[in-house]
Design a protein around this ligand. Sequence first.
Ligand code: FAD
Length: 360
Amino acid sequence: MPETQNRQVVVIGGGQSGLAVGYFLRRTELDFEILDANQGPGGAWPSVWDSLHLFSPAQWSSLPGWPMPPVPGGGYPGRDHVAAYLAAYEERYRLPIRRPVRVEAVERAGDRLLVRTDAGSWMASAVVSATGGASRPFVPDYPGAESFRGRQLHSSSYRSAQEFAGQRVLVVGGGNSGAQILAELSLVAEATWVTPEAPTFLPDEVDGRVLFERATERLRAQHEGRDPGPPRGGLGDIVMVPPVREARDRGALQSVRPFLRFEPDGVVRRDGSRSPVDAVIWCTGFRPALDHLAPLGVLESDGRVAVRGGRSVRKPRLWLVGYGDWTGFASATLAGVTRAARSAVQEIGSALADAPPVNA
Ligand code: FAD
């Protein structure tokens, strides 16, 4: 049985959020370690689909300290560019990351926390959970789904359009993933886009950078007690990246409302008509991967943790970073996680200021 390690701070997850937290922890005297379940660096990025590109330029997609290098030849960064940046980032700041280590449970141990993993245990005075959602793809319940004999996959398992060439494919979900996958599938397959309501498309000149600036300005107005005015475009609205624009221009960006139920060879639509279907790609998002926190009794009925800023209300030695706006404005983006990570580390520094040294 391996002995229990002692650290002042344990960070769970070594994706972009864990790295941002590590960057700020490095600038303190705190003794910390990052535990990451993946085999290699990059968090969710190395396993997204082949053609995925960020919807913001490189200089708007940077973690603290070191700007993302521009893409050679221009354009928005693709999957491999982002993954290489994250790998170089953890090297550059010599972040203490241990892989592969999967955290199975975080438990209370007096006024400290016990982190149980598949590679031994860690005792910590503070824990930061930064596990993202990639390991918890969400697929909604649909009547008859179990009877459908075709292929069903979540966007997290989608790789490229070629494997669906010539097939009848439903792309379900009205966000950016759905729009981007539909755009490339419609070139080689008979693709139908199913969305609960008509998707919201942003003007062509609005990219992730503009959305981020607008949202930051609204936040500032709220803090200063000014009326932020009506919201104009959200971070979930569809950014007209070049392949999506091209699909629109050829008339392929049409959507239909959800069908009634699956049957073995296809779906039944609301008007009773039947459509044969070979495959369904669920672009229906993710849920936060928080099961390891269940033993602490902090999971609420909606599967989240009650937080003030990023700090757990029920367990004040626990912080959450990078899960979405509920753990800090835009914290699930490369550009937005800095603020959440900095504030968590500042709070940890204050909370542990009077704590005894860990080996005492
Ligand atoms: P992840 O990248 O998922 O990393 C979490 C890490 O935690 C993983 O390495 C995992 O192995 C580890 N982990 C999980 N559970 C455990 C455990 N129990 N024990 C130990 N380790 C664990 N963001 C942008 O900024 N700009 C964009 O243009 C953009 N486009 C996107 C497009 C798509 C289609 C998608 C899906 C996302 C996009 N994002 C974008 C968002 C971004 O990719 C994610 O929000 C980001 O990966 C979250 O980073 P993270 O570090 O929080 O989580």
